[in-house]
Design a protein around this ligand. Structure first.
Ligand SMILES: [Zn+2]
Length: 136
């Protein structure tokens, strides 16, 4: 669920998408540290609230360009959820690949990534590695 909230009047614009998979990125610290990253940290990054200042977004509530905050959470889980890991990041000069080891929990409570969903437990998690193809 895409949520955009006006920081001026509090009006929320919601959008729902059906999805079968999530593309998650590694947290930025994965670039610096050597060690393991837990999948939950990638999911945490996925649902992070992003503030957009002077983005030109026009609020439907107050009918003027406003600053907004935006987040993305899971509203309804598909039967099988596929999680893509984006192992590539852009450094100053080129595309680099992260070799960070990712720790997979055997069971993951997804409820905090889906605060608006009533069904929040999924039984199976399937993981895939991102391919070498370039991502925009
Ligand atoms: Zn507004």
């Amino acid at each position: 669920m895409n949520r955009i909230q006006c920081l001026s009047c509090g009006h929320q614009a919601l959008a729902f998408d059906n999805f079968m998979d999530l593309s998650v990125e590694f947290p930025k610290k994965a670039v610096r540290i050597t060690g393991n990253i837990d999948l939950s940290e990638c999911l945490q990054k996925f649902i992070e609230v992003e503030k957009m200042i002077d983005c030109g977004y026009k609020c439907e509530g107050c009918k003027k360009p406003v600053n907004v905050e935006k987040d993305l959470t899971i509203y309804r889980f598909p039967k099988v959820l596929l999680i893509h890991l984006k192992r590539f990041y852009h450094s100053a000069m080129r595309k680099e690949k992260l070799n960070t080891t990712l720790v997979f929990p055997t069971k993951l409570d997804m409820s905090k990534y889906a605060p608006h969903s009533s069904k929040s437990i999924i039984k199976f998690l399937i993981f895939s590695r991102s391919s070498n193809k370039s991502e925009g």
